[in-house]
Design a protein. Structure first.
Length: 146
């Protein structure tokens, strides 16, 4: 492996070649080529998505935690897929009603999977009818009804 004064091009070429030895890189490339990620992602590769609230639900946290986590079932506008999104914040569910338009994003777990003690929930609500849910929970903004 070249490490001298003019070794830049060779190092670049080697890096390209040896990347295929890394499992993470290889899996990501094959998924991208096959379109596997986009096929199974309800948001189709987007970071955020708009949806209409179908119903409010509460589900129990996984062991060893206890408590009922509040969430909403959503039908995405763009794809028509249905998903469950967590409503973060104390009393945040009270600001969300059925048939509201909400903006959802990934909850931040590793590799796009569910997060913490939330079984099967991969998304969180960030806006309700164009108003930030976090701002409403903190009392900085009032809920506007359409």
């Amino acid at each position: 492996m070249g490490r001298g004064l003019f070794s830049g091009p060779k190092m670049k070429k080697d890096r390209k070649r040896f990347r295929w030895k890394e499992r993470k890189f290889r899996n990501r490339q094959f998924k991208r080529i096959a379109g596997g990620v986009l096929k199974h992602d309800p948001l189709r590769g987007s970071t955020q998505g708009k949806g209409i609230v179908i119903e409010k639900v509460g589900f129990e946290a996984k062991q060893p935690n206890s408590g009922i986590r509040k969430a909403v079932k959503i039908s995405l506008i763009r794809t028509g897929n249905k998903l469950t999104a967590f409503a973060p914040g104390d009393g945040a569910i009270s600001f969300i009603d059925e048939h509201d338009e909400v903006l959802v994003e990934g909850i931040g777990g590793s590799k796009g999977r569910s997060y913490g003690d939330l079984p099967g929930v991969r998304y969180k609500v960030i806006k309700v009818n164009g108003v930030s849910l976090d701002e409403m929970v903190r009392g900085r903004q009032v809920r506007c009804s359409e």
